[in-house]
Write a protein that binds this ligand. Structure first.
Ligand code: F6P
Length: 340
């Protein structure tokens, strides 16, 4: 038996740990072979694959990025189902482990419905995949954002400034919420909960009047009340999605003019996606990898490995992809006690 592994969509810390976990268990327990499918669904559509023997995954659990490369290609827009079947047949690949976020898993679900042997592994720093408690990569992103807030706070305090820290989070604010709480921010602005500029200034003034250097964390997908679309000045990505970014720079001069406190913005961007995974992400990713090969051997096509409490289980990809996992109002209200 030969199993193809691919990583697709935006990268995140822990992808290599999944690959390592799957290959080690597949080699040691089941005696199966692996093919590395290069650049996600691009490599599947073009039959671009390499052998993935156990020695190729040595020492990978702490290595960021993905040794297989990634892309935001949709296989149904690059040759379609017949081509996918042909490439799998020509490369003697019997099943696929697809590691990715919502877009990747939706394509995996469609392939499973079309009879392809595929199981999914949920990844994304945004943590927005439903039916799992956590995606790997999220813990690392929160740790990087928190450390950045800690650093920005000391320089803000020296200069008596306000800092606006923009973090990733396209549709959901899990990173902003968690890094904001951990870093002691004076407000966390999430895509799920638009608030007015005046309300943001109330929080800034409250912190300033207590002699603090206000720190505002904002997710890239946040929209101030009354603003229609997300903030972007970078056009479209290859996948036809808007490249988000810039809400921090947009808010800073407005906060400065309305509150009178000098305000600077910092966009953390891809720093949150690069580099070594935290220990927690390495463990989760490794467990996902070993569980994914079990799911393949149990022929759980159209399913995804998931974390429920401390247990790794499998869920139907339908439940994972029908709707995004957003931050519930209660959690944001709970954090709101700390604002201002
Ligand atoms: O989906 C994860 C994510 O990091 C989003 O938060 C962000 O909007 C997007 O990827 C950026 O993607 P890219 O690196 O392709 O611009």
């Amino acid at each position: 038996m030969k199993i193809g592994i691919l990583t697709s969509g935006g990268d995140c810390p822990g992808l290599n740990a999944v690959i390592r976990g799957a290959v080690i268990k597949g080699d040691q327990i089941y005696g199966v072979k692996f093919a590395g499918i290069l650049d996600g669904y691009r490599g599947l559509a073009e039959g671009d694959m390499i052998p993935l023997p156990r020695k190729r995954v040595r020492g990978l659990s702490f290595v960021g990025g993905t040794i297989l490369g990634t892309s935001r290609t949709n296989p149904y827009e690059r040759g379609g189902l017949e081509n996918i079947k042909e490439q799998l047949h020509d490369n003697e690949v019997d099943a696929i482990i697809a590691i990715g976020g919502e877009g990747t898993l939706s394509a995996a679900k469609r392939m499973a419905d079309d009879g392809i042997h595929v199981v999914g592994v949920p990844k994304t720093i945004d943590n927005d995949v439903s039916a799992t408690d956590y995606t790997f990569g999220f813990d690392t992103a929160v740790a990087i954002a928190t450390e950045s807030i800690d650093r920005l706070r000391t320089t803000a305090e020296s200069h008596h400034r306000c800092m606006v820290v923009e973090v990733m989070g396209r549709h959901v604010g899990w990173i902003a919420l968690n890094a904001g709480i951990a870093g002691g921010a004076h407000a966390s602005l999430l895509p799920e909960f638009p608030v007015s500029i005046d309300q943001i200034c109330v929080w800034v003034n409250k912190a300033k009047n207590r002699g603090r250097a206000p720190v505002i964390v904002v997710a890239e997908g946040f929209k101030p009340l009354g603003q229609e679309g997300e903030t972007t000045s970078r056009g479209m990505g290859n996948d036809g999605r808007m490249r988000l970014g810039g809400i921090g720079e947009q808010l800073a001069p407005i906060i400065e003019s309305k509150t009178g406190i000098e305000t600077r913005a910092v966009q953390l961007g891809h720093l949150q996606r690069g580099g070594v995974p935290t220990a927690r992400d390495r463990v989760l990713a490794t467990r996902y990898g070993t569980a994914a090969i079990d799911a393949v051997m149990e022929e759980k096509w159209g399913h995804m490995v998931a974390l429920h409490g401390e247990e790794i289980t499998t869920v139907d990809l339908h439940d994972a992809t029908t709707e995004l996992k957003s931050v519930p109002r209660e959690l944001w209200d709970e954090a709101g006690i700390l604002f201002g």
